[in-house]
Write a protein that binds this ligand. Structure first.
Ligand SMILES: Nc1ncnc2c1ncn2[C@@H]1O[C@H](COP(=O)(O)OP(=O)(O)O)[C@@H](O)[C@H]1O
Ligand SMILES: [Mg+2]
Length: 366
């Protein structure tokens, strides 16, 4: 059992709080990702959970035991950082087993565990090498093996893949996920990369300025962003935003922005009134080419076509605004051309322009 509870956590350097009354419950076995822009407090939270940093206020519990003032060595957590920090004069095997040898664990037990983690991480061929004779990805795997050989209650990863090239990052991300499926150790993984978070997490904790913006599964965060900040942070290409005014007519709700008029689902936004000012969010991947008379058809001029391989992003201009959408049919589009594309009412997000909060009814299911 290794659930983690953070209650009313405050962290201040001097007078300025960088974590501002944060509450979080992480159930046993979960793979949780702390996601957010650089400087939002992800590493600070992780280091407080690890015991590498004191809390200014609040309590941290691991397996229902208050560890707030325990030193790192007594918390039974293992941490992997962005920099691997391996001992250069030791072999891979000695690097991995260093901690266990210091704890005087029996030699055959050490060998058994070494073989197990080396197998999980594909490190068997490299055990006798020195770190300098390994690639960056292999060195990062050694750092992970060094953490995993301890079979801790909790794994804490702080941007462990950020120094690797894109291809290797993708490969190790999959390996980390597979290892979690077999070991099921409660894990917190920090990243600023939303795609990495979406692909690896059971649950994402999206942070901004020392606070939690939203906690949810990758699907919830993507499909039901609680705020404009979340909607903007998640998804590539990024969401389009439009200032609009609501009118209520016999057919339901209409949002108008200059020449653009979009039907909304009244069931999704029961609080909207005639004359409400709103901000609309339209995901490029939720729009596609349509007939000119289709529901919610938008008409724009193509500014740019970006080839993304199997799909293309089309950046259009309409009524002085740029709006982009994604289509598989991108190869037949050219700059200057007029295009019609549409979004289904149930995929339109609506935010309060003052608070940035989503105006979608909380009662309504995905
Ligand atoms: N030792 C420190 N002294 C003062 N400010 C710090 C210190 N460590 C971190 N900070 C500040 O705390 C905030 C959060 O930092 P951090 O947790 O490292 O962010 P993240 O990991 O999300 O990029 C930042 O504004 C950072 O400048
Ligand atoms: Mg950090």
């Amino acid at each position: 059992m290794a659930n983690i509870s953070c209650t009313d956590i405050v962290k201040a350097y001097g007078a300025h709080p960088v974590i501002d009354g944060l509450n979080l419950e992480i159930p046993d076995h979960q793979f949780v990702v702390f996601l957010g822009p650089s400087g939002c407090g992800k590493s600070t939270m992780l280091r407080m959970i690890a015991g590498l940093e004191d809390v200014t206020g609040g309590t941290i519990e691991i397996s229902d035991e208050d560890v707030t003032t325990l030193p790192p060595g007594e918390r039974d957590v293992a941490m992997v950082f962005q920099s691997y920090a391996l001992y250069p004069h030791m072999s891979v095997a000695d690097n991995i087993t260093f901690g266990l040898r210091r704890q005087s664990v029996a030699r055959d037990e050490i060998d058994r565990r070494l073989n197990h983690v080396a197998g999980l991480l594909g490190l068997e061929p490299f055990l006798d090498r020195k770190p300098k004779n390994l690639s960056g990805g292999q060195q990062q795997r050694v750092a992970m093996a060094r953490a995993m050989i301890k079979t801790p209650k909790v794994f804490l990863f702080d941007e462990p893949l950020s120094n690797l090239d894109a291809k290797l990052r993708e490969k190790l991300r999959t390996e980390i996920r597979k290892i979690h499926l077999s070991l099921k150790t409660t894990t917190i993984f920090v990243t600023h990369d939303q795609l990495e978070a979406m692909t690896i997490a059971d649950s994402i904790v999206l942070m901004q300025s020392g606070r939690i913006e939203q906690i949810g599964t990758p699907d919830e965060i993507f499909e039901r962003p609680a705020s404009r900040f979340v909607a903007d942070f998640i998804g590539t290409p990024a969401m389009n935003f439009l200032q609009a005014k609501i009118s209520v007519d016999p057919e339901g709700l209409l949002a108008t922005a200059g020449e653009i008029a979009l039907r909304l689902s009244p069931e999704m936004f029961p609080s909207l009134k005639d004359g409400s000012d709103v901000e609309l969010g339209l995901r490029p991947s939720r729009m596609d080419l349509c007939e000119p008379d289709a529901t919610n058809a938008l008409t724009g001029h193509v500014v740019l076509v970006e080839n993304m391989g199997s799909e293309g992003q089309i950046i259009t201009e309409m009524d002085g605004q740029e709006i982009s959408f994604v289509t598989k049919e991108f190869r037949r589009l050219q700059p200057g051309q007029t295009v019609h594309f549409a979004i289904h009412p149930e995929h339109i997000h609506v935010f309060d322009p003052k608070t940035g909060k989503s105006l979608r009814s909380p009662d309504e299911t995905l």
